[in-house]
Design a protein around this ligand. Structure first.
Ligand SMILES: Cc1ncc(COP(=O)(O)O)c(C=O)c1O
Length: 454
């Protein structure tokens, strides 16, 4: 048996033991699951929340911690899939929401606070105009509509292995099976869901991340039909993959040469990897960008925006609506989040904690010879089970899912609430402390030791 096969075998044994322990510790989650499946498919509100045989259901969160329905307390690094950079029940966010609740939770009329929030988003993310939405899905849907309307073109480009929400045009090649991926140069457009009209695929083209050659060839063939390319400037749904130096600017230049637009999906990276997201970190300003998750302090808000001359198409017939857009509760939470909580000091704190966590994981990986690497980007970071950093989705296919599947229950059983799924990453909050991070490092170190000797 080779080293990797032996490691995978040990990981499977650890996963079996740890899952058995987890199921013994979580009878209330099991009971809630059995109740929930009678009213919701898979017993959850969104398919991403499902887990086999049942998920751990939460009861509450405060500060850096969450409690499950069995009463176990965890250090939370799941962060509600990357939203909770403010931590749970942050006093400033709670106060802002309470104040808004007392003066009217909804008008479907723009308030002064909504204008102030729009101004703050423009300032932070170098945008000239923004519009609001209620989820990342709606934000990317709005940006694509605007890009199509502004260019008068129907086709879009997306990156293989990227998720941009669950609307039809972007539900292709999100996690394609290797036998359906097509060639490296020109990946196939593979649907991620049933229920997507087959004809939709004709309008979505797929290219690998960090590959300007593939983008250039596609644009040379079909550039005149392409409205724009949507991409996560740093990929965050296959672990974390950073853009190669020059890639983002190179993509922007190529797209512009063909009259197409660059759309950043900063749903995950915005306000987490730097105050101004990827624009701040990598210095490339896109034509349009989408934000959600961390910008609204754990309330369901989102936005998209960018160049005034592109967004202006909304004034000339490109539809963008939504009853709850700019809702007062969400705007109050968002304004408090961006102007009072996620300040310069907060990013210093997050960077320090993130580096401490990443270094702790690196040390454990090195000490026990685990084939893994660590990425550290502000509030976000991850361990991926492949020794070398990744450049695109096909590298992600070389990671070892069995090791992740062992680490997940291992961490849960030791009081660390991690995201279900090896495509995800940790999210730290301003309310986390060094002690919380050290708890993760200790549990992870024990995991690496067990994996090396089991
Ligand atoms: C990069 C990215 N874009 C868009 C979305 C969709 O956001 P939402 O789940 O709020 O619709 C997600 C969700 O995880 C995401 O990670």
């Amino acid at each position: 048996m080779g080293d990797t096969e032996a490691l995978v075998e040990r990981a499977r044994r650890i996963a079996d033991d740890e899952n058995r322990r987890l199921w013994e510790r979580t009878p209330a989650s099991k009971a809630l699951f059995e109740r929930a499946v009678r009213s919701m498919p898979m017993g959850v509100a969104s398919s991403f929340q499902a887990w086999d045989p049942y998920p751990v259901y939460l009861r509450e969160g405060r500060g850096a911690f969450v409690w499950d329905v069995d009463g176990h307390r965890y250090v939370d690094v799941h962060g509600g899939f990357g939203c909770m950079v403010v931590g749970h029940a942050h006093p400033k966010v709670v106060e802002a929401i309470e104040r808004a609740a007392r003066t009217g939770t909804h008008f479907a009329v723009t308030t002064e606070a909504t204008v102030a929030f729009a101004e703050e988003l423009c300032r932070r993310f170098s945008a000239e105009r923004v519009r609001f939405a209620n989820s990342g899905t709606e934000a990317t849907m709005g940006a694509i509509r605007v890009a199509r309307a502004a260019t008068g073109r129907d086709h879009i480009v997306k990156i293989e292995g990227s998720y941009h929400g669950h609307h039809d045009p972007v539900m292709f090649s999100v996690v394609p099976n290797s036998d359906l991926m097509g060639g490296r140069d020109r990946p196939a457009t593979t649907p991620m869901s049933l229920g997507i009209p087959a004809g939709t695929a004709a309008y979505t083209h797929v290219v690998p991340f960090n590959d300007l050659g593939a983008l250039e060839r596609l644009l040379e063939d079909q550039g005149h039909e392409i409205a724009g390319m949507i991409l996560e400037p740093v990929m965050m749904n296959i672990g974390i993959v950073e853009p190669a130096p020059g890639y983002l600017q190179g993509a922007k230049d190529l797209l512009h040469r063909h009259g197409a637009l660059l759309i950043f999906d900063e749903v995950k990276s915005g306000a987490t990897i730097a105050p101004g997201g990827a624009v701040d970190r990598y210095g490339v300003v896109p034509d349009l960008a989408c934000w959600a998750k961390a910008i609204c302090g754990g309330t369901p808000g989102a936005a998209f925006g960018g160049r005034a001359d592109v967004m202006e198409v909304i004034e000339r017939g490109a539809a963008h609506q939504g009853t709850f857009n700019g809702n007062p509760l969400v705007v109050a939470a968002g304004l408090a989040t961006l102007t009072e909580v996620l300040t310069g000091d907060a990013y210093e704190h997050l960077a320090k904690l993130g580096s401490r966590l990443a270094q702790g994981c690196r040390d454990a990986i090195a000490a026990h010879g685990i084939p893994a690497h660590v990425v550290d980007l502000g509030a976000k970071g991850c361990v991926s089970y492949r020794p070398e950093p990744m450049t695109n989705y096909r590298d992600f296919l070389e990671t070892l899912p069995e090791v992740y599947l062992a680490s997940y229950p291992w961490l849960l059983n030791r009081g660390v609430f991690m995201t279900p799924g090896d495509e995800e990453q940790w999210t730290l909050s301003v309310q986390h402390t060094e002690t919380d991070v050290d708890r993760y490092v200790e549990a992870f170190g024990e995991f690496c030791a067990a994996l090396a000797r089991a």
